[in-house]
Design a binder for this molecule. Structure first.
Ligand code: NAD
Ligand code: UDX
Length: 459
């Protein structure tokens, strides 16, 4: 009945939204999304989706049960589909050789073996996850290891979506990159995938390359984006020492169109499941090739990011008379960025833990990330000193300071006069995202500290 049958293994932040958009744009294709985690599948099949992404719910409502299906039966999915996307997680390895740096490929390799065990006909296998260069080669080696008659063509099709804007990124991508072997069968497989995307992406935006360039391009894209944030964050420190304003500097620099204005917002640091992991992955690759100078360069981006988060705490201590003991600090935002409930590698985790170390009381507020925040801080000693309150006005009650850690639009629009009134005095605001009207908050009575701008204090 359907022209193409597509499976995606891994129903996470990438697998779910990506397949939902393909289903929406390709009614002639049947899309099945499978995951090892039955609870996740149950959530995808319910009214409470496992992830929050603007616009996702509407698409799921349109497509689920028509040409989009979620299942825990991976083996059957492999048997019944000809094109298999692999979108499982590839976190940083936390054991053995390469611990803390190399990609942990165990989930990915298990998937490769599972495909081999269950396939009864030829398949196109598409790497959607972010992987070290040459991983496709390993995938090929596993898939051809039994010498049976089934053909596997491995393609690399990295995903460039950003969380919080995933649906828009998927519907209007800057580019789609498809890497393949340059053999007749590799090129045929590549063309099949091009045809799928061509249902909604203009042809000139679908670019093809050799498979290794494709794998490397994904790591490099994230490294370049993160590098801009660490660059502007490194400049924010100089601004604080010299009374320059990082917002004005970023504007002046970004107006050079060779540089451009995007990704120049100084912040408490970048977070998310991708940047740190993928840069470490690149650093490890460089070290494996004995390119230590290159590895050190890229590792510096991570170091500045850690420094920026620690600096935020040191600034708080400095401003609040060198002690945070028993002070109540309200964190506005726990997600690693706005419009998502994802907290993976969120700077807020580090900030909350450091505040607990300083013996402060922490009130966490966030419109979408409180469940994840609870899990992130569950193992900490002094967890009894943390409370979780979604309503920002209630969260700020009896607090000595408010720290803005996520750039939720909601926090720009709060009535800070109301917040000031319920706080201890002197009241402090630490704007880790530079999103508030600092002068207005200062005029209300707050002592205002931001990133890379002179503080506004009443002392
Ligand atoms: P995720 O953790 O949200 O989802 C991965 C899913 O894979 C989980 O639901 C997990 O249960 C499932 N899984 C793990 N092993 C499995 C197996 N053997 N069989 C079936 N399912 C299995 O991760 P994510 O954020 O979606 O990322 C997936 C990949 O995409 C990673 O390589 C990541 O680097 C890459 N990526 C992520 C983003 C992003 O913004 N999150 C963007 C681009 C690329
Ligand atoms: C990133 C890439 O943007 C995306 O292309 C890739 O596919 C996955 O990794 P994501 O991690 O979802 O996406 O979010 P992104 O918008 O890149 O933000 C990452 C972090 O940088 C967030 O913590 C964000 O708040 C921070 N950031 C971003 C800044 O601090 N300043 C900026 O100017 C931009």
């Amino acid at each position: 009945m359907f022209e193409k049958n597509i499976l995606c293994i891994g129903a996470g932040y990438v697998g779910g939204p990506t397949m939902a958009v393909i289903a929406d744009k390709c009614p002639h294709c049947k899309i099945t999304v499978a995951d090892i985690n039955p609870e996740r599948i149950a959530a995808w099949n319910s009214d409470r989706l496992p992830i929050y992404e603007p616009g996702l719910e509407e698409i799921i409502k349109r497509t689920r049960g028509k040409n989009l299906f979620f299942t825990a039966d991976i083996n059957r999915g492999i048997r019944e589909n000809d094109i298999i996307f692999v979108g499982v997680n590839t976190p940083t390895k936390d054991f053995g050789v390469g611990a803390g740096m190399a990609a942990d490929l165990q989930y990915w390799e298990k998937t490769a073996r599972q495909i081999l065990e269950n396939a009864e006909s030829s398949k196109i296998v598409v790497e959607k996850c972010t992987l070290p260069v040459k991983t496709a080669l390993a995938m090929e080696r596993i898939l051809i290891s039994t010498n049976n008659a089934i053909r596997f063509d491995v393609l690399s099709n990295p995903e460039f979506l950003a969380e919080g804007s995933a649906i828009n990124d998927l519907e209007n991508p800057d580019r789609i990159l498809i890497g393949s072997r340059e053999t007749p069968s590799g090129i045929k497989a590549r063309d099949t995938l091009v045809e799928i995307y061509a249902n909604w992406v203009p042809r000139e935006k679908i670019i093809t390359s050799n498979i290794w360039s494709s794998e490397l391009s994904k790591l490099v894209s994230n490294a370049f984006l993160a590098q801009r944030i660490s660059s502007i964050n490194a400049i924010s420190v100089i601004c604080e020492k010299t009374d320059a304003d990082v917002g004005e500097v970023a504007k002046a620099v970004g107006l050079d169109d060779r540089i451009g204005p995007k990704f120049l917002n100084a912040s408490v640091g970048f977070g998310g499941s991708c940047f740190k992991k993928d840069i470490l992955n690149l650093v490890y690759l460089c070290r494996q090739h004995n390119l230590d100078a290159v590895a050190d360069y890229w590792e510096g981006i991570i170091k500045i990011n850690q420094y920026q988060q620690e600096r935020f705490i040191l600034n708080m201590l400095d401003a609040m008379f060198h002690t945070l003991v028993d002070k109540r600090i309200c964190l506005l935002g726990f997600a690693f960025k706005a419009n998502t409930g994802d907290t993976r590698e969120s700077p807020a985790i580090f900030i909350a833990k450091r505040l607990l170390e300083e013996k402060a009381e922490v009130v966490v507020s966030d419109p979408k990330a409180l469940d994840n925040a609870r899990k992130d801080l569950a193992g900490e000693s002094r967890t009894e000193a943390v409370s979780y309150i979604e309503d920002p006005y209630r969260a700020a009650e009896e607090c000595h300071a408010v720290a803005v850690l996520t750039e939720w639009d909601l926090y720009r629009k709060l009535d800070y006069r109301k917040i000031y009134d319920v706080m201890h005095k002197p009241a402090f605001i630490f704007d880790g995202r530079n999103i508030l009207d600092h002068r207005k908050c200062y005029d209300m009575g707050f002592n205002v500290y931001s990133i890379g701008k002179p503080p506004l204090t009443h002392f």
